[in-house]
Design a binder for this molecule. Structure first.
Ligand SMILES: C[S@@+](CC[C@H](N)C(=O)[O-])C[C@H]1O[C@@H](n2cnc3c(N)ncnc32)[C@H](O)[C@@H]1O
Length: 322
């Protein structure tokens, strides 16, 4: 009996040893992938995005509030950054010529700042989707706190496979989530599918500069910078505004328009960096863990990308024909 137990204990110790070696090896692999800025697989992206926003959204909300996107900086020297974020939503809607909406979908909704703003502005229903359970839950909590629980709801779902019927929404809204999508064609197909005939689609997203005549790709230096940003923010390969236009055209979209608002949002990252240089933010940063710290460092890389003219803040809008 003792001997049998003895063997069982040794076996257990052996299995635990193997498990520890495996865990160590996978940590080493992750460190190596980070150092070499290896591209994420689709599965790694999905899990990584959910975890990144689960861990960092509370800190962002504590420091910046409910909007997780750039602000609108006209005039350039404005200092009320939260108002600048709200204004960005209004200015994008104005640019997209959205005068009313009955039902809107917020694809990649964060904690739902845009959804609730749109619900109030047009007195309409909104549904938001995110990969992060924390964000969906917080979005619903805030809707309740703001008396919007009958208008705005949030759930965990994948933008590449949305849980909505065809032709459901007259406003399809995606603000700074497109850059996370590993399959832009599928992303656009889904946006188009859930849009109602005559409905308006608005995508605001990080893109690269369009290629010049004679260029076949970005430079090595540009690609290297993007790989570092991708690692920090869980992004796949980047595309340009023109790439989006091509896939929207393939869908049969009409009234396609694009614009580069990089100059309008330019002061934003400097403001974020400044806001993170206080004790509360720094403590929050360390509490949120490695990926949030790396995300904070990547803000400098984003600034560099904008300055190089590599990264653009792109707007794309179109209509689904009747
Ligand atoms: C930078 S946040 C923007 C949040 C929000 N649009 C805002 O402006 O406040 C990016 C959002 O995209 C979501 N996202 C990324 N990939 C997604 C996917 N495949 N399906 C659904 N949501 C996704 C993330 O979960 C996160 O909520």
């Amino acid at each position: 009996m003792v001997k049998v137990n003895g063997i069982a204990v040794s076996l257990l110790a052996f299995l635990q040893g193997i498990e520890a070696i495996n865990a160590f090896a996978s940590t080493l692999q992750r460190v190596k992938d980070s150092i070499t800025n290896k591209e994420y697989t689709r599965d790694e992206l999905k899990i990584g995005i959910a975890g990144f926003y689960d861990r960092s959204s509370k800190l962002w909300e504590d420091v910046w509030g409910e909007h997780m996107h750039h602000g609108y900086y006209i005039p350039e020297n404005r200092t009320d950054h939260v108002q600048a974020q709200v204004d960005l939503i209004d200015e994008v809607l104005k640019w997209g010529d959205v005068k009313s909406a009955k039902s809107a979908v917020d694809v990649g909704c964060g904690i739902g700042g845009s959804s609730r703003h749109i619900a109030r502005k047009y007195n309409c229903k909104t549904q938001g989707i995110t990969l992060s359970p924390y964000q969906a839950n917080r979005g619903n909590e805030l809707a309740k706190e703001q008396g919007l629980e009958d208008q705005s709801s949030f759930q965990v779902a994948d933008a590449l496979d949305m849980p909505f019927d065809d032709n459901s929404f007259d406003l399809v809204w995606s603000l700074e989530s497109g850059e996370h999508m590993p399959d832009k064609k599928k992303f656009v197909e889904e946006l188009f599918r859930v849009a109602a005939p005559g409905g308006r689609i608005l995508v605001v997203t990080w893109v690269t500069r369009d290629l010049q005549e004679g260029e076949t790709g970005l430079t090595k230096k540009e690609e290297k910078l993007l790989r570092k940003i991708n690692r920090a923010y869980y992004l796949p390969r980047w595309v340009s505004t023109q790439d989006y236009v091509t896939v929207f055209k393939e869908q049969g979209a009409t009234d396609i328009r694009t614009e580069d608002w990089s100059y309008i949002i330019a002061p934003f990252w400097k403001a974020v960096i400044k806001s993170s240089l206080n004790l509360k933010s720094v403590i929050g940063l360390f509490k949120s863990g490695f990926s949030t710290i790396r995300g904070a460092y990547a803000m400098l890389l984003m600034l560099k990308g904008y300055k190089m003219g590599l990264i653009k803040f792109g707007l794309i809008t179109c209509t689904k024909p009747e």
